[in-house]
Design a protein around this ligand. Structure first.
Ligand code: URA
Length: 312
């Protein structure tokens, strides 16, 4: 068994045991995850081979196999939900400050790659799966301390399979660079991984529906669980709603720290809003939010940075 796989398995088992001890009786898992958990282990310190079939998932299943530790799958209880692929590291709706087990870099990269593969093959919203050119999973460092969350890909992002590459994205890149960071230093994702379709229209965007958001959000939860950023920035009302649920409007929320599962979250305006409203005062508000983020991250701030967008 590779070290990375072993650590991932141990961390998963540990997390499931923690949940069980807290009274959680079921978690949603995809058939692919179940198959992965049931796979025979080979190699250096392999445990005895196990049957390849998907397990029955009864937690009271008799201990038929002589393993030292329970397999992750046997800690789960049926019924398996018919659809949906909730994270093993984050139960849908669960409000725990804990963000899941810490993985070593290799296991983390492997888990992130597996998550990406699942998202790229997703067809849970058939209308979006058929209209999209690409699934726009996310971009940046999976070790980022700072993660930005937007709403959904637009036409440019759908075309290039990368979030925030259109006009609003170019402005976001400038904002990131103004802090002294580069795009590659942070992670950028969206609430929705597919471009919202606009049937009958040749251009334009639409806000994701509540159903689309609920269907897609587990991918973002898993991304955040794995990346474990120190600070989240939610760009616009939809991003805040996707992460925190319906609250106040973005005008009231921006500039005030919130918490997403123990992670400080700063709501701010979406860069597309700044493109529509060119007032210096609005740019300054977003910049003040970024200064607060930089302070939270312990970044140094120059006098020049402090004074951006202030009238001379
Ligand atoms: N707007 C978003 O919210 N996300 C993108 O990726 C692009 C534009």
């Amino acid at each position: 068994m590779s070290d990375a796989y072993g650590q991932l398995l141990d961390a998963t088992i540990q997390h499931l045991e923690d949940l069980k001890s807290r009274g959680v009786r079921s978690v949603a898992v995809s058939p692919e995850v179940l198959r992965a958990l049931a796979q025979p282990v080979t190699g250096r310190d392999a445990r005895p081979a196990r049957p390849p079939e998907v397990p029955t998932l009864k937690s009271d299943e008799p201990a038929a196999r002589p393993y030292q530790k329970p397999r992750a799958a046997t800690l789960l209880r049926s019924p398996l939900p018919p659809a949906g692929q909730a994270s093993l590291l984050a139960l849908p709706g669960e409000t725990v400050p804990n963000q899941g087990p810490l993985l070593d870099p290799q296991a983390k990269a492997a888990a992130f790659a597996a998550l990406r593969e699942r998202a790229l093959a997703c067809v849970k919203c058939p209308h979006l799966a058929s209209s999209r050119k690409n699934v726009v999973f996310g971009v940046g460092s999976i070790d980022a301390q700072l993660m930005f969350v937007g709403e959904a890909p637009g036409a440019d992002e759908d075309e290039q399979a990368e979030p925030f590459v259109g006009k609003a994205g170019q402005l976001l890149t400038k904002i990131i660079q103004a802090t002294g960071l580069q795009r590659a230093d942070v992670y950028i994702g969206n609430i929705l991984k597919c471009r919202p379709d606009t049937p009958g229209q040749s251009a334009g965007n639409r806000k994701p529906t509540a159903e689309e958001m609920a269907t897609c959000i587990p991918y973002l939860h898993e991304q955040i669980d794995l990346i474990r950023p120190k600070v989240l920035v939610a760009l616009g009302a939809t991003a805040v709603e996707g992460l925190l649920g319906k609250t106040l409007g973005i005008t009231k929320l921006r500039g005030t720290w919130k918490t997403y599962r123990g992670i400080p979250l700063m709501p701010t305006y979406h860069p597309a809003y700044l493109l529509r409203n060119q007032a210096m005062s609005e740019k300054r508000k977003v910049w003040e939010d970024m200064l607060a983020v930089m302070e939270k991250l312990g970044m140094s701030i120059s006098e020049k940075q402090r004074n951006y967008f202030l009238k001379a």
